[in-house]
Ligand binder design. Structure first.
Ligand code: NOJ
Length: 557
């Protein structure tokens, strides 16, 4: 699966923004990578407070991206190449500009009032107005906003401009299914990546436990996710989906419990085909507080344990798993888990590609990952970062520290390391102006310096490039799909702080994978390799020891 972020993929009309026609023009490139399915991040009409995850009309395309006809064309051209296309389904919330919310907020007696979650204020002992509970929104501040006109609060787990739909209303659910799902299924999309799929049922909206006693607002992800009616809602959605030939992958944060995950993806229940667990991408940090935690020095141990947990979801169960290191919500994997220093960048990118290609489940690649794109450089000031997540965090630090320059510098460094913007910069197609993304004088987001070195065209010419390595690995993954895609995963030496080694087994066939996560040579444990033959290495000329950031797959038959 290949994820496309429309704003940053390819600008066909040179207005500085990527668009649907731009995506269609690059389908041959995507096909050549060996991809089966495309996932398109939101393309719907939206005020773009959260880059389209705030939908104001499910049945329209965001005009700078194109029109409905451009989507029809993209769907047709994707299918003509034997690939499938899924779109993002963002139905935990809408934009505050959606007509449904406009009606809902207009009066307490409006028929759509209960399509969103409205509650009266609480008052503290001094008579001060307080939100209905202590939940912190995912983007800083309270998850409740006071609405002057009707004198009530509404809930938004994300930005103020992203009010949560009230899934308890059957009428709202019917309208959601019709407008957001059936409209696009009828147009021929092959399924959905489902945003916040475990947040629809929020239970009783109780206060979250107080973890930080200095603050009123508390992280509440474990409270508002996986509520009591989740299965019922997903079963209803499955009924809609069953009329079409579809696949689904749900975003499933705040769900550390394996049985809970299985209650969504086990084949018996037929709810979702698979979910994105957060264990691996949250390594050394957390979803809600990703800016607040600096990864510990032993992050590789956490990483290995997290990969093991998500891989072993399918051992002895009939559920299915996913494998990914990047998407539009996390920074670039080479910069996070390898090294983006010029001498190690390519080696890290290939080693991570080899690892991903050997893990079980459906593999997701995010645009630019296949050419080894890296994070924005440390020279970028806060003004280059566009995402409300990073901006809100920076402003919060500014307020809390009265603008202390050291605190702000530390905040900027966290942003440079982990902010979502790092993955949202324009795709680097060639060494020309704006990396060939757009001819506009000013692309909506700055292109990362160094694109003259890191771009698709240059890598196309060089068979030793990261791009060609990804192509080789995806081919190999299909040739050895038994062990690589379906095999059962067993790690060894989980305590090792330099390497990650594991086996993949399918019947009497076994693959042994060894990965060096350091800049130093490492020896390979010989015991497990007894009788194994080298299938592939991420370096051109492997020797005895593993080179810096080298990965290898051996086969035993
Ligand atoms: C998850 C999406 O991936 C993220 O980009 C978005 O901000 C939130 N959900 C809210 O829709």
């Amino acid at each position: 699966m290949y994820q496309i972020y429309p704003a940053s993929f390819k600008d066909s009309n040179n207005d500085g923004m990527g668009d649907i026609a731009g995506i269609t023009s690059k389908l041959d490139y995507i096909e050549a990578l060996g991809v089966d399915i495309i996932w398109l991040s939101p393309h719907y009409d939206s005020p773009q407070v959260d880059m389209g995850y705030d939908v104001s009309d499910y049945e329209k395309v965001y005009p700078p991206y194109g029109r409905l006809g451009d989507m029809d064309n993209l769907i047709e051209e994707t299918h003509a190449r034997g690939m499938r296309i899924i779109v993002d389904l963002v139905i935990n919330h809408t934009s505050s500009e959606h007509a449904w919310f406009q009606e809902s907020r207009s009066s307490k007696t409006n028929p759509k009032r209960d399509w969103y979650i409205w509650r009266p204020a609480r008052y503290d002992e001094n008579g001060q107005r307080m939100p209905p509970n202590n939940w912190r929104s995912m983007f800083c501040g309270s998850a409740w906003t006071w609405d002057e006109q009707t004198q009530e609060y509404y809930l938004h787990l994300f930005a103020t401009e992203q009010p949560d739909l009230n899934w308890e209303s059957q009428e709202a659910r019917k309208a959601i299914y019709e407008s957001s799902m059936e409209f696009w299924l009828r147009k021929g999309v092959d399924g959905f990546r489902i945003d916040c799929v475990n947040m629809y049922s929020k239970g009783r909206l109780d206060d979250a436990p107080v973890i930080d006693s200095k603050e009123f607002l508390q992280d509440a992800g474990l409270i508002f996710c996986n509520g009591p009616r989740m299965h019922e809602y997903l079963d209803e959605m499955s009924e809609v989906l069953s009329k079409y030939d579809t696949m689904t992958v749900g975003e499933c944060p705040f769900t550390p419990d394996r049985d809970q995950v299985l209650s969504y993806v086990s084949a018996d229940v037929n709810r979702l085909n698979m979910v994105f667990q957060f264990d691996v991408v949250e390594t050394g940090t957390s979803h809600a507080g990703k800016f607040r935690h600096v990864p510990p020095s032993d992050w590789l141990l956490q990483f290995k344990a997290a990969v093991t947990r998500t891989q072993q979801l399918i051992n002895d169960t009939n559920g299915w798993t996913t494998t990914y290191l990047e998407n539009h919500d996390w920074s670039r994997s080479i910069s996070r888990f390898g090294s983006d220093a010029p001498e190690y960048r390519e080696a890290s990118g290939k080693m991570l590609a080899l690892m991903l290609a050997s893990l079980s489940g459906t593999l997701f690649i995010y645009q630019g990952q296949e050419i080894g794109m890296i994070n924005a450089p440390s020279s970028w000031s806060i003004d280059e970062f566009k995402d409300l997540d990073a901006k809100n965090y920076y402003n919060e630090v500014r307020e809390q520290t009265a603008g202390d320059p050291d605190a702000l510098q530390a905040a900027l460094e966290r942003i440079q390391f982990i902010a979502r913007d790092n993955a949202r910069t324009p795709m680097q197609w060639n060494a020309k102006r704006n990396a060939g993304f757009s001819e506009s004088a000013e692309p909506w987001m700055r292109v990362i310096e160094g694109y003259e070195m890191i771009n698709a065209e240059a890598q196309e010419q060089d068979k030793e490039s990261v791009l060609w390595f990804w192509r080789r690995m995806l081919k190999l993954r299909k040739e050895h799909a038994d062990v690589l895609v379906y095999g059962s995963f067993e790690p060894f030496n989980l305590e090792g702080e330099e390497t990650f080694c594991f086996s993949k087994t399918w019947k009497d066939k076994q693959a042994i994978v060894v990965l060096n996560f350091t800049k130093r040579e490492q020896t390979v444990a010989s015991e497990q390799l007894h009788g194994a033959e080298l299938l592939v290495s991420s370096v051109a000329k492997p020797v005895n020891n593993l080179a810096a950031f080298e990965g290898r797959i051996y086969l035993k038959k």
